[in-house]
Design a protein around this ligand. Structure first.
Ligand code: SAH
Length: 369
């Protein structure tokens, strides 16, 4: 059977697996556990399934839809970044961040992104397509292969490539798969959705009844600047966005977090902090300050530590909780869309006969299991 005709398994619940493959309910669960809990994609190793069934699965099914094109690990921080190939040849990125014992997996929701934020590498290559639930969940499964998760459930953040609220249904299905007790069993509170400010989807999400956390990528708290940095602001300006967030906090009883990528001289002056203070204060939101991860060719600079701390001080003194996140992936291109972009540039350079530019980090190559 050609690979294209094979049944994809990772986007299905245990019950859906049993139905699609005409298995007994408990066998559907066993198969789901192998894929999601143990992250084993080799049918041969699924030893509690009868041999005849394993052979049928091998003939009819795709255990994994994604192939690992490249896995980079930062020797300094242990951050691991995967470039993963989709069945149609497209590629997405996913990152595993280590903070002591704490693991955080950063997932992509789309190939490329339609939003074109001024400082983000993903938007540069435009938008290609949405990911399916299986393609989203599998990113986490591949990054967590071989990790001992006993007593430490990883956190999940939708902060890779794409706008999760532009792929709403698939992202909700993926979240439910990540939460399955027979799989990774990740609690809703350990999952964070990040949006550039899709006001209508924020309101829809308020009614979803999930205790998933929500981050809004603000980056500017005046419309003129935000129109420039996050063009989605022209559709949903700050007042409209505030309305949606108020609905969300009211309906869900949850507070949100604002993400703010610090760009030197652009959005890191004290008056920008005061604008944010006013906007976030009214919404009782937390603020997460992120140093900009430089993207070659973009007209920005990351803020200095001093400016970042001064910015944070304005917020904290004004009564808004703010954290200054440490950068953890720069040496392996761990910001949105950067690895895919670097690879594309390397490929271009290689075909032009120039030697590859080293990007740091160790590189391991593997193929679809
Ligand atoms: N589209 C969603 C989720 C993906 S981006 C969103 O906008 O929230 C995740 C976060 O990384 C966003 O806050 C985004 O603005 C930020 N980001 C993008 N490129 C970055 C870069 N080069 N350096 C630092 N943060 C970046």
């Amino acid at each position: 059977m050609a690979n294209d005709d094979k049944i994809a398994l990772t986007g299905k619940t245990a019950r859906e697996l049993a139905e699609a493959l005409e298995l007994k309910a408990y066998q559907g669960r066993q198969l789901f556990q192998w894929l999601h809990k143990r992250r084993v994609f080799d049918f041969e190793r699924m030893t509690d399934l009868p041999k005849s069934l394993r052979e049928r699965l091998r003939a009819e099914c795709m255990p994994a839809q994604l192939a690992v094109i490249e896995m980079r690990e930062s020797p300094r921080t242990g951050t691991r970044k995967a470039l993963l190939q989709l069945p149609d040849g497209e590629a997405v990125e996913a990152v595993l961040i280590r903070d002591g014992e704490r693991l955080t997996v950063c997932l992509s929701s789309q190939v490329g992104c339609p939003l074109q934020c001024a400082f983000c590498a993903t938007g540069l290559a435009g938008f290609t397509r949405n990911l399916s639930p299986g393609e989203i969940v599998e990113q986490a499964l591949h990054l967590l292969v071989g990790e001992d998760l006993e007593g430490r459930t990883p956190n999940i953040v939708f902060m890779g490539m794409g706008e999760p609220f532009r792929n709403y249904d698939a992202v909700m299905s993926a979240i439910r798969l990540l939460m399955e007790a027979d799989g990774l069993g990740i609690g809703a509170r350990k999952i964070t959705l990040s949006t550039a400010g899709e006001a209508k989807a924020i309101e829809r999400f308020a009614w979803e009844g999930l205790q998933v956390r929500l981050s809004v990528s603000l980056h500017a708290a005046n419309d003129a600047l935000r129109d420039r940095l996050v063009p989605l602001n022209r559709r949903y300006p700050l007042d409209r966005l505030r309305e949606a967030i108020e609905t969300y906090t009211h309906e869900s009883g949850r507070q949100i977090t604002f993400e703010w990528t610090l760009l030197e001289g652009v959005n890191d002056e004290p008056h920008h902090a005061r604008e944010l203070l006013e906007y976030a204060g009214g919404l009782k939101a937390f603020v997460n300050l992120i140093p900009w991860n430089p993207v070659p060719g973009m007209p920005f600079q990351p803020s200095t530590k001093q400016r970042a701390q001064a910015f944070r001080d304005v917020l904290v003194e004004g009564g808004v909780k703010a954290t200054l996140r440490a950068e953890k992936g720069q040496d392996i291109d761990a910001a949105c869309g950067q690895l895919r972009r670097t690879r594309a540039m390397e490929a271009r350079a290689a075909s032009a006969g120039t030697p590859e530019t080293g990007q740091g980090g160790s590189v391991a190559r593997a193929s679809r299991p």
